[in-house]
Ligand binder design. Structure first.
Ligand code: F6P
Length: 343
């Protein structure tokens, strides 16, 4: 078969490992040929392709980013994009779409309305895609954030300060809750559990009054205050319809300093969480996903996404993963694990 591959949305550690897994198994087991589309769906719409074979994939397993490039473009948002994509996709027998919610939603629409033979692979550091227990890239982002929190602890102690550390994740608190628990944060603030600034300050004061000094507060970029407890400015919406998140930690640190008198500082980890080499866990998961995706192509399991459930790679309908409001959020019992150490 001639199989197209694209990587779309924000980059994420492990994308290259998936590409390598698809190509390697496709060549060795099925004698497939591959076409790489550059910059996600943009490459499909514009018919920009990159030669892709096992030789090109040599040495890419530990590399961050994506050798194919990426973008947040989707055919449905470009004038004439769907027609152009359909025409260009006639040159391949199937398409492997490696992406997060936006990229996979575009894939689902093309599958539902035009029967495009495609298979999805769930990618995102945010870990918020439904129907899979974990997306590749999440584990790496958590490790990067945990390492940063460990470092913040020592400087916080040296100066007896409150360090507010902001992590990514959009409207899901997965990175914050995992890195916060792993890093021993004094407070973990996630979008799923709106916060009360007064309660947070009271808890920090209580903690310091028992002889502990220096606190690390981990906040997810999408965290929101309980209604009526704190003013936050309206967020801008970008061209892809996403809220432009980032900066809630500045407001929090200011409030904490004013209300408690504890000197406070801010660290926004930002894109550092997405860059660089994937952890061993993500390399293995990405490789398994890639190999399962090419198997799904040969089984004609189109409109499906590969997923991890109970350590098994399974196939689920794309509609189960990204159709409707299927975002996977942090359950309350996991939030409570963090809370035990905050009070
Ligand atoms: O979805 C991945 C993610 O890194 C989010 O955690 C973050 O809010 C967003 O992408 C940042 O997007 P951009 O790279 O476009 O600034």
């Amino acid at each position: 078969m001639r199989v197209g591959i694209l990587t779309g949305g924000g980059d994420c550690p492990g994308l290259n490992a998936v590409i390598r897994g698809v190509v390697r198994k496709g060549e060795v087991n099925y004698h497939d040929g591959f076409v790489g589309y550059s910059d996600g769906w943009r490459g499909v719409v514009q018919d920009h392709t990159i030669a892709l074979d096992a030789h090109v994939c040599r040495g890419i397993l530990p590399r961050g980013g994506t050798i194919l490039g990426t973008s947040r473009v989707s055919p449905q948002r470009v004038e004439g994009g769907v027609e152009a994509a359909l025409q260009h996709l006639e040159k391949v027998d199937a398409l492997v779409v490696i992406g997060g919610e936006g990229t996979l939603r575009a894939a689902l629409e093309l599958y539902n309305s035009h029967g495009v033979p495609l298979v999805g692979v769930p990618k995102t550091i945010d870990n918020d895609i439904g129907a899979t227990e974990v997306t590749f890239g999440f584990h790496t982002a958590v490790q990067i954030a945990t390492d940063a929190i460990d470092r913040l602890h020592t400087t916080a102690e040296a100066h007896d300060r409150v360090m507010v550390c902001e992590v990514m994740g959009r409207e899901a608190g997965w990175i914050a809750i995992y890195a916060g628990i792993a890093g021993g944060a004094a407070e973990i603030i996630i979008p799923e559990e709106p916060f009360d600034i007064e309660e947070i300050c009271a808890s920090l004061v209580r903690r310091h009054s028992t002889g502990r000094y220096a606190s690390v507060v981990v906040v997810a970029e999408g965290a929101v205050p309980k209604p009526g407890t704190m003013e936050i400015p309206e967020l801008e919406i970008d061209v892809y319809g996403h809220k432009r998140l980032g900066g809630i930690s500045n407001l929090l640190a200011q409030e904490i300093e004013v209300r408690t008198g504890f000197e406070s500082r801010v660290t926004i980890l930002g894109h550092v969480q997405r860059g660089g080499t994937p952890t061993a866990f993500d390399r293995v998961l990405a490789t398994r996903y890639g190999m399962a995706a090419i198997d799904a192509v040969h089984d004609g399991a189109f409109g499906q996404m590969v997923a991890l459930r109970a350590d098994q790679i399974v196939r689920v309908p794309l509609s189960e993963a990204v159709g409707g409001e299927m975002r996977k959020v942090v359950p309350h019992d996991l939030f409570e694990v963090g809370e035990v150490f905050c009070r």
